[in-house]
Design a protein around this ligand. Sequence first.
Ligand code: ADP
Ligand code: ZN
Length: 242
Amino acid sequence: MPKYFYRKMLTEKYAYDTLTKIHVLVAKLRIVILGPPGSGKGTYASRLTNILGIPHISTGDMVREEIRAQTEIGRKIREYSDRGELVPDEIIIGLLIERLKKPDAQKGFILDGFPRTIGQAEALEEITSIDVVINLNVPDEIIIQRLSNRLTCRRCGAIYNRLTLKPKVDEICDICGGELYQREDDKPEVISERLKVYRRSTEPLIDYYRKRGLLKDVYCNDLMTPPDVIVNEILKIIRGQK
Ligand code: ADP
Ligand code: ZN
């Protein structure tokens, strides 16, 4: 085999695309999904991870796991999370750096919920480079409806919705049989705080990444748009068709 192809095989890999039913060549891909709470970051990222064969890294899930396991970090960050505030940069950056060192993240990743401040974006830039930033644009009315009807699996973190993405059996996860619950920060009084925090701390990242030529906008203006439609849009962007 010519050396060139051998090298190519080592650095590139094929992933099975369940939408187009073909194997697609994917180079190392480092993706950030940016968007307000309830814009669908987690839902889309969890589908993309299966299609692209790279891990879905959700700092929100990591935060909830630390809290559930009652680690020292978990005890420090619980209150921030329950109030809908951001966990301090140094703690979340520390958690993310450790996560990105794991072997599965060496072939690429989908970051969901990180970075959320300019400080976090700068820290990320120091440890790795990003190939594309998907910016989800969703009107506030949809966000509020989504979040207040969102249910999360206590065991595996899968996301459901009482209006749009119902589980097959009430209050039970389709995937793992775990119990579904309403997150503390999905309660109405906390949702508006999270939106404020997003506007103040995270929205500036849109310009930050636009200036670097990495930002790609995706729009969802209808609560009933099936997740696969948006996932397809994102795949087109990733493949450079948009
Ligand atoms: P959302 O649905 O609001 O996008 P996440 O599940 O991503 O929520 O995050 C839940 C909570 O975890 C946040 O409100 C915040 O307290 C904490 N958190 C997650 N990621 C970060 C981050 N990158 N920086 C600071 N806090 C974070
Ligand atoms: Zn589950």
